[in-house]
Ligand binder design. Structure first.
Ligand code: SAM
Ligand code: SF4
Ligand code: F3S
Length: 453
């Protein structure tokens, strides 16, 4: 019997004949959402490469397009529907074009119903729990010519050793756990990603060792709440820190309720662990925090911030904040601004609350008027930006070690400091992937400017 990859490569050869067999068929993977999806897309790209596809970024030339979707807010979903509409005409002109949908959005029945009804030209659909079956599902589609829909309501085993094509050769995300058990009342993630499952330390460490051997020097440990890693997050940081070739260890996200003294001390003591902590607080008022099921108060959060700063004075804190949760009053919102002023975040992801079907918050009374939320959101962003600029200005004159990440506009290089601040500087493109000492000469709200010393 042929193996999955062989079956699929048989069909891939058929596709390549469309262009007289002179080129490999091309695939494009479009990713929405968070680092989890970015990492999943790297695995999809790895599978596509094994099947014989060449990856492209150009929708016009692609023979297969995958949309790896996100449903955390309504606008993420709307973006997908906008794109899907364009594919009707494109598929008419290019009948062999395959359209594949996967990711968080597909875990919702209502989405599948809408796609069946309005976008019947989609070829393959799968969800978050069966990503590894993509080659087999694509094969079934080639065999039958039918739309293949396979969504699992729950995760089964963790599948290790999937191929992967990384976005960057020198830095990489590594899942340490999947799913979430926290059920914040506004959030769809636990509903579409399932319950927490931790990967075994040996599997994670083997993956990172292989990455290090392949030139990766910075790893980003990924989970919705890495502090509830089943086999001990502090110990994992110690173990990763032992791996030769790994220079920097980052992680995201941390639910404040689970940040232990042990993890704080480990961050302080291990030089490879970057002095940056992403610590979402969502809202300031105790009443809203209760309704959100965040399991801590405003004071508890600010005390945690003080404790972390006392141990690691140089730490950069970043956060996620939401405006417009149901029932949010002006007084509640002032508590949010108060947290921003006291915690002094280096930067923050700010969101307007978005109703998500099936979550408890969607059924709460007093959904806040759009205009009121918009006005609060602007005040929130202004306050955060003011503090970001103040923090950045304090870095002028300092020399920071930067990992060069990319070449930007006008050949300016972009890199990141240990504390995750973004730095622009002039230099040779050969520096990408390398560490350089940069003297900071200027500061803006969202980035620093500097020169090589
Ligand atoms: N697990 C991470 C944590 O709790 O730190 C967060 C993951 S979630 C993908 C990222 C952020 O999206 C959340 O921290 C929250 O601020 C925001 N978010 C989640 N649901 C939302 C909703 N319904 N409307 C607006 N923003 C939302
Ligand atoms: Fe969503 Fe809360 Fe889980 Fe984060 S911790 S993914 S915000 S439910
Ligand atoms: Fe979106 Fe799923 Fe991440 S809903 S934010 S891609 S876990």
């Amino acid at each position: 019997m042929m193996r999955e990859n062989e079956w699929t490569s048989h069909y891939i050869k058929e596709i390549s004949k469309i262009d007289k067999g002179v080129r490999a068929p091309k695939a494009l993977v479009r990713t929405y959402g968070c680092q989890m999806n970015v990492r999943d897309s790297e695995k999809l790209s790895g599978m596509l490469a094994k099947m014989g596809y060449e990856l492209t970024d150009d929708e016009e030339v692609a023979d297969l397009v995958i949309f790896n979707t996100c449903c955390v807010r309504e606008n993420a979903e709307n973006k997908l529907y906008g794109h899907l509409g364009n594919f009707k005409e494109r598929k008419r002109k290019k009948p062999h074009l395959k359209l594949v949908l996967c990711g968080c959005m597909m875990q919702q029945d209502i989405v599948i119903e809408r796609i069946r009804a309005a976008y019947s030209y989609v070829d393959v659909i799968f969800g978050t729990h069966n990503l590894y079956r993509f080659p087999e599902l694509l094969h079934s589609h080639f065999e039958t010519g039918q739309t293949i829909i396979d969504i699992w309501s729950e995760a089964r085993e963790i599948v290790e050793d999937l191929p992967s094509l990384r976005e960057f050769p020198f830095k990489a995300g590594v899942n340490i756990m999947y799913g979430c058990n926290n059920f914040c009342t506004f959030c769809i993630v636990p509903h579409v990603r399932g319950r927490e499952r931790s990967r075994r330390p040996a599997d994670i460490l083997a993956e990172i060792r292989a990455m290090a051997a392949d030139g990766v020097s910075e790893v980003l440990l990924l989970g919705q709440n890495v502090n509830s890693y089943e086999f001990g997050f502090a110990q994992l940081l110690h173990d990763v820190s032992e791996i030769g070739g790994i220079e920097r260890i980052r992680f995201t996200s941390s639910h404040p309720k689970d940040v232990s003294d042990n993890v704080i001390a480990t961050m302080r003591d291990l030089p490879k662990v970057c002095k940056h902590l992403h610590l979402p607080f969502q809202a300031g008022s105790d009443r809203l925090l209760g309704l959100m099921n965040r399991k801590h108060s405003k004071k508890w959060y600010l005390d945690l911030v003080d404790k972390i700063r006392a141990e690691i004075p140089e730490i950069a804190l970043t956060t996620d904040i939401m405006a417009g949760f149901p029932g949010e009053t002006e007084e509640d919102f002032l508590d949010t601004l108060d947290v921003v002023r006291h915690a002094r975040f280096a930067s923050a992801f700010t969101f307007i609350y978005s109703r998500r079907l099936g979550t408890p918050a969607d059924r709460m009374p007093d959904q806040v008027d759009e205009a009121v939320v918009g006005e609060r959101f602007s005040r929130l962003v202004a306050e955060i930006n003011k503090i970001s600029l103040e923090i950045n200005l304090q870095k002028v004159g300092k020399t920071l070690k930067i990992l060069t990440e990319s070449v930007g506009k006008n050949d300016v290089l972009n890199g990141r400091a240990d504390d995750n601040s973004l730095v622009h500087f002039s230099g040779d493109s050969g520096l990408v992937g390398h560490y350089v000492d940069i003297k900071i000469t200027g500061a803006k709200t969202f980035y620093l400017q500097g020169e090589i010393v």
